[in-house]
Design a protein around this ligand. Structure first.
Ligand code: ZN
Length: 235
């Protein structure tokens, strides 16, 4: 007898698999990240395939298999149409999903990560995106890193443990956090402005809809984006 279970998953990506199948990466609250096989791509090219498009929230009935779990049926709940009508939003969603797929291991379920991704996509779908796509995706990535246990230390110096005060601080990627002014003198770390430190704290604290309306200069947005990119480079 076949054993089945149901998940509500966000489709991360999909690619051709074997002769006529699709391999579909999904993230669900129930199971975390999984790679499922959709048997018979021809069959799935029609109606069901639309429900398995990347960046869709889809209800999937999964059939347990010996080697792989298979997609028995798939019905999309939300395909985030307004993301797909807008190139900037597609880029912002694509970058977020790419990094989630890269950073999250299979089979570790985490309700908070699922909710974070869902909130991000729902917000992106609704808003008039005011932040450049890579920066907006980096807001998601920073929150994702926090959820994965890589929260950057933004309040005390990672070297001497003193409270971070305004002026002359830098970022130490090996220790994942800020270095105070006096410790920054001893070694060469990436200098971080006070406004950038504030913005990093705000990103971790606020919801995406609020972050979209943040009042920040273009240079501050770029500095913050570069710090988050550098964090990713050092993972
Ligand atoms: Zn210090």
């Amino acid at each position: 007898m076949e054993e089945t279970y149901r998940i509500k998953a966000i489709i991360l990506n999909r690619k051709p698999f074997r002769e006529s199948d699709l391999s579909v990466s999904v993230y669900s609250a129930e199971m975390g990240k999984q790679v499922l096989v959709a048997r018979g791509a021809k069959k799935f090219r029609s109606k069901a395939a639309a429900h398995l498009e990347p960046i869709c929230l889809t209800e999937i009935m999964v059939v347990r298999g010996k080697q792989f779990d298979y997609i028995g049926s798939a019905v999309s709940d939300n395909c985030f149409i307004k993301i797909k009508e807008n190139l900037e939003k597609i880029e912002a969603a694509g970058r977020a999903v790419f990094w989630l797929n890269k950073l999250v291991k299979e089979g570790e379920s985490d309700q908070q990560i699922f909710e974070l991704l869902k909130e991000y996509l729902e917000t992106l779908d609704k808003i008039n995106l005011k932040i450049e796509s890579e920066s907006f995706a980096n807001f998601f990535i920073l929150k994702l890193l926090e959820n994965l246990g890589y929260r950057p230390e933004l309040h005390q110096c990672v070297l001497c443990k003193n409270k971070i005060l305004p002026g002359g601080n830098s970022y130490n990627f090996l220790k994942s956090g800020l270095v105070c002014k006096s410790c920054s003198k001893t070694e060469n770390f990436l200098t971080v402005s006070d406004d950038c430190i504030k913005l990093l704290r705000v990103i971790l604290d606020k919801k995406f809809a609020i972050l979209n309306n943040i009042k920040a200069s273009e240079s501050l947005i770029i500095e913050t984006k570069n710090v988050i990119n550098a964090v990713l480079d050092h993972l």
